[in-house]
Design a protein around this ligand. Structure first.
Ligand code: ATP
Ligand code: MG
Length: 392
């Protein structure tokens, strides 16, 4: 029955001259999201709205599922288009519409019509009254409530006539691309994909970096990260995943530094390398899945140590979240199942039995000097040999 969707978006932050940027980004993201759906769609903006019109048969549920992943959409209204064949025909169409959408007629309603085309022979108040009467005549069990109707029946008279009354909630947020780009440190765990999702929801495009340490981390662990990047890309559009071969750096740290500080020093090198790629690719910040106190490397003292090696801001959207809340989001966005696949993302030889939980930055820096001889060259090689996988 439905042949189109009216896309509603929140207007906060998009008033004034930036509005078209917001709308264009939204249209772009909707086009990307619907590429994977059955059917052809025409997506256009007109008079402060975005319309998604199906040009051929399409799968309603699938299309709605995809639209629900487009940040910036606050509501999705399925619309019936009717030709203008006179008011009586329109009443018949509306009566049939109500029957299809509301099998239970014990409901209150209000007709809200808008005449965008002034040559239509009736004014909106007249349309509301006459349409209300036609509906009550067809369904006497329905009632009119102009203050808090259960059904707000919208009728918009344009070239064609739009009929809609349902709003499916969208994800909210801002269209990806309106907020610049950031580099997500993406591991195979539960947290980092959720962190990326949350920042992307504010309109930020994502690139990602994964530190791979073969043979200590397997090909399947890498594939898992690619799969996670793909899962996130369903919301964000294509994610460029930079894969850094980290084994030699890790082994060198293992050889030269105290084992209790291994994780912290390793994390500092991850941040340094991620920042370098971020700067080269025009990213304005880094994103991690850290949350205070979750593990030894995420105490506030450890966070000082990992934070101080970066100039760019590090966004940690999960910083105050409990694990169970993170898991809930991971389940909602469809990354959880992949994240819990049992491929190790960190080999046990690199995990100390008693890692420092309160690292002293001065001492860490001193121990990092043990790496002076080769580390620069190792970092350079790691950057020179990085792989890039475009995940969509
Ligand atoms: P996650 O569930 O995201 O793996 P975690 O709880 O396992 O997080 P850590 O292993 O301490 O936490 O990592 C903290 C953050 O550092 C991760 O959320 C991620 O952003 C980044 N990170 C850790 N390991 C890697 C890696 N191999 N490649 C890229 N980023 C990583
Ligand atoms: Mg992890």
């Amino acid at each position: 029955m439905f042949t189109a969707f009216l896309i509603k978006y929140a207007e906060i932050g998009i008033k004034g001259k930036n509005r078209y940027l917001f709308e264009d980004a939204l249209v772009h993201q909707i086009k990307f999201a619907l590429k994977k759906c059955e059917g052809k769609f025409l997506i256009h903006k007109s008079q402060g709205r975005i319309h998604v019109e199906a040009l051929e048969d399409f799968d309603f549920e699938e299309t709605v599922e995809h639209l629900k992943r487009v940040f910036g959409i606050s509501g999705i209204c399925p619309v019936v288009y009717a030709e203008d064949e006179g008011f009586e025909k329109l009443c018949d169409t509306v009566v049939r519409y109500l029957d299809d959408v509301y099998p239970d007629k014990n409901k209150s309603f209000k007709v809200h019509s808008r005449r965008a085309r002034k040559d239509y022979p009736m004014e909106s108040m007249e349309i509301n009254a006459a349409m209300g009467e036609a509906i009550l005549h067809a369904y006497p069990e329905m009632s009119v409530d102009v203050h808090e109707p259960e059904i707000l029946l919208n009728i918009e008279i344009r070239e064609k006539i739009y009929i809609y009354s349902e709003t499916i909630p969208g994800p909210g947020g801002m269209p990806v691309g309106t907020g610049g780009k950031a580099m997500l440190l993406l591991s195979g765990g539960i947290d980092s994909p959720v962190a990326g999702y949350m920042i992307a929801k504010r309109g930020v495009k994502l690139d990602a970096v994964y530190f791979h340490a073969p043979p200590y981390t397997s090909e399947r662990a890498k594939q898992k990260v690619v799969d996670l990047a793909k899962a996130v890309s369903r919301y964000t559009g294509p994610v460029w995943l930079h894969i850094i071969h980290f084994t030699d750096i890790q082994l060198y740290i293992h050889e030269k530094c105290p084992h209790e500080e291994l994780t912290i020093i390793m994390r500092r090198y991850m941040m340094r390398i991620a920042e370098q790629i971020a700067k080269e690719t025009g990213c304005l910040g880094l994103i991690t899945g850290e949350s205070i106190g979750q593990v030894a490397s995420q105490t506030m003292q450890s966070l000082i140590a990992t934070n101080e090696v970066c100039e760019l801001p590090v966004y940690r959207p999960l910083i105050g979240f409990d694990k169970k809340d993170i898991v809930e989001i991971a389940e909602q966005i469809g990354t959880f199942e992949t994240s819990i696949l049992p491929f190790e993302d960190c080999c046990t030889i690199f995990v100390a039995k008693h890692p420092v939980t309160k690292p002293n930055v001065k001492i860490i820096r001193r121990h990092e000097h043990n790496l002076d001889e080769k580390i620069e060259e190792l970092v350079k090689t790691a950057l020179d040999t990085k792989e890039v996988v475009v995940c969509t």
